[in-house]
Design a binder for this molecule. Structure first.
Ligand code: 13P
Ligand code: SF4
Length: 322
């Protein structure tokens, strides 16, 4: 049976009313659709969203993003109710690293410490020494003594980028983002012929051939700031399409193109939209705020064990003013 969609509801007005009534805060990732970003109290990257979740005075956090982000918010604010529009909003990186398989992998390197990208399950975080995001990853890796062996999970593309950037030789888990791995260096080259003035910028979850084409590599916040500060008037952006909403808002006179994607050797029209992020809609956002469901529930044991590596990340980030 098809879900009932009530087109009579003014979602923007109802969300504002319920938010006030319930003392709720809406945190949205840059990869959400524009309408969701426009009703959020805070829009940010994974690090910024974690920092907001840790300090909010709201009673309820409505997390417009994917499940691992809402879980991170719950771990940082365990006394708050954390809800998200669609519980099925997962992440290919999280899926790539089931805790039991990772535990067996980790056992092969008893001397190694584990740095995990925040895009992983709460369970994987319990097997981690320090969590990182794309904003702080270089600083976090560099904070570890050079002779210390490191396992980096679950994103091999970010891990390879960090190895190149820091000169380390971290042992990498074999995971990838299903969106970023489809950006095509060849098609970007063709797009550049079409828009010769455009600057290519990329998220480090992209593969090396794509990163090699970029004049700037950074997190979603880094990319957004770069487009604001760069004298360039046109950009080809290799990250999920949602970020263009804030880029266009911040620089209405500049032109933005999402980098082209390809799958199985063929150009792909929708691969730059994350199917997990894009599960969220205004109606689901309204319903989760109204029904206070689906809610993130984690065991005391996981809450406690997963908090330590996230706290370490926040401490190191604060030290560097991130
Ligand atoms: P950042 O928000 O840290 O740039 O990460 C992007 C991402 O892939 C989130 O799923
Ligand atoms: Fe995961 Fe990639 Fe989607 Fe981010 S864009 S949630 S890393 S699948």
């Amino acid at each position: 049976m098809e879900a009932f969609v009530d087109t009579e509801i003014d979602f923007v007005a109802e969300i504002a009313r319920l938010k006030k009534e319930k003392n709720a805060v809406i945190l949205a990732h840059y990869y959400q659709t524009g309408d969701i970003q426009d009703v959020a109290d805070y829009i940010g990257d994974s690090l910024g969203l974690s920092q907001q979740a840790a300090k909010t005075k709201a009673d309820m956090i409505v997390f417009a993003g994917v499940r691992f982000m809402a879980e991170t918010a719950k771990i940082l604010s365990p006394d708050k109710k954390v809800v998200l529009p669609d519980f099925d909003a997962g992440c290919s990186l999280e899926e790539s690293a089931p805790a039991d398989k990772f535990l067996a992998f980790k056992a092969q390197y008893p001397e190694a410490i584990v740095i995990s990208y925040v895009n992983c399950s709460a369970e994987l975080k319990t097997l981690t020494d320090i969590v990182c995001t794309s904003t702080n990853a270089v600083k976090i890796v560099e904070s570890v003594p050079k002779d210390q062996q490191i396992i980096f999970a679950p994103d091999k593309n970010l891990g390879n980028y960090l190895n190149r950037k820091t000169g380390r030789n971290m042992i990498l888990w074999d995971g990838a983002c299903m969106v970023h791995e489809t950006f095509s260096a060849d098609l970007i080259e063709k797009m550049k012929e079409q828009y010769p003035e455009a600057e290519v910028i990329a998220h480090p979850e992209s593969e090396k051939p794509v990163l090699d084409k970029a004049s700037y590599i950074g997190s979603t916040t880094g990319l957004l700031k770069y487009t604001i500060n760069s004298p360039s008037k046109e950009f080809i952006v290799a990250t999920e399409s949602g970020i263009l909403h804030q880029m266009k808002k911040a620089s209405p006179n500049k032109v933005f193109h999402v980098a082209p994607t390809a799958k199985n050797g063929h150009a792909c029209q929708a691969c730059q939209d994350c199917p997990h992020m894009k599960l969220n809609t205004m109606e689901k956002l309204y319903r989760c705020l109204k029904d206070e469901s689906p809610e993130i529930i984690l065991s005391e044991e996981i809450l406690k064990a997963a908090k330590a590596p996230i706290d370490r990340m926040l401490e190191i980030s604060a030290r560097f003013g991130l």
